[in-house]
Write a protein that binds this ligand. Sequence first.
Ligand code: TRP
Length: 455
Amino acid sequence: MSKKASWVSRFSFYLLAVGSACGLGNIWRFPYVIGENGGGAFLLLYIFLAFTVGLSILVAELILGRSGEFSLLKITKLVSLQAKKPFYWFGRLSILINVVILAYYSVISGWVLHYLTQFIVGIVNENRIAYISSINMEALKNSGSLQFSLASVHLLICGFVVAKGVIERFEKIFAQALPILAVLFIVLIIRSFSLDSTSDVMRFLFYPDFSKLNLSSLGRALGHVFFTLSLGMGIMVTYGTYFKNDEHLPSVGFRVTTIDTIVSIMALLMVFPIAFLSDSNHYFTDPGILFESLPRLFVKIQYGEFFGFLFFLCLWLAAVNASIGLLETLIANFSDKFHKISRNQSTFMTITGVLLLMIFPAFSGTLFSKFKWFNQSFMENLDSLLINYLLPISGLGIIVIFFHLLNETERKEKFIDATGKNSQAMYRHWIWILKWFSPVLIGLAILLQFINLFR
Ligand code: TRP
């Protein structure tokens, strides 16, 4: 702990937690989930869940990390032994989700790489405007091998960063990219807001129409909360071990949730005005909404090709950062399990496993396009199973482990800070949400989604 703590300053602790939270989930996934679920009412539901269920579990994960300083897998084993119950299944589930999410996340990161290269070509192209206007997702949609190759490049680069131990250097680069991304974001939002569609967008996003919600909305919102805050996989447990002892973890959790939510809302304000301008709204509910709409926004900006390049570069760095967190956790668990294997060997084996798994999401639109269940493509089913069902179940596991590992006094001691700033009442709310509210909501969300599947 002390060695780890010495190399990262307080800012870096935040960068780790915020960096893992803010990624493709906020910028790519959130807009289409909002589009799919009808806007304002769903947004309200999402914010409510993020600051109740999400924040409470985030704080629980951070505190688990601080108290145990182990990985989630070790913690679940310990608790299983103590309680003589098979809680290690929660650890195994989290590893399974971790591998599949990394494979899936790499494919989307590959899409970002595709756009990055397209904008580089745009910069050197003679007729830049015409070129940027023509950038779309067709090439990706039609070629599974292109998706697979790009995703492999992404994963191998992440593997290189992890294996060569250059994570710290990468973190520095990433820290410099963040302000650039923030400025670009603001420029794009301002440009978006001068489009004719603004009033429609504001109504869509901020005027809740509750009739748009259906039986699966709760599960979709809850699943996205877990995904965007990187919960349910013990990643925040690992980051909890890095925070110094005098850091008040509930405040850390609150700040991370707030920043993550602001970034997500900014993504909506950037994407929807340009998406609304289109006369056909067919891609509103499409996972490609970010990728289809942004080039049309960059065309409207002077030096758009250059801004586009910078934007996708920063977005890709954010994706690398999130992927490294997932990969690190996997490798650490792999090394824990097989002591005789060196770290480089575990990295190699983990990457090979993920590469093989990546075949499924990468070829879902081509080779596997015939596999449709519940009116959804293979990729959509995978996304839904992972994020809307398995992640919340894994979150439930975290809650169970949390209550088994820490007794009342320990929980209080870790939650209430030295200055007494956080009252007893806050602590009671937190425990109530963890113990009653979250499990009931998670159960309800899964049940309602399940019913909706067969309606
Ligand atoms: N939260 C990240 C995002 O929004 C994705 C992510 C990184 C993640 N690590 C995770 C999701 C762990 C679930 C679990 O892009």
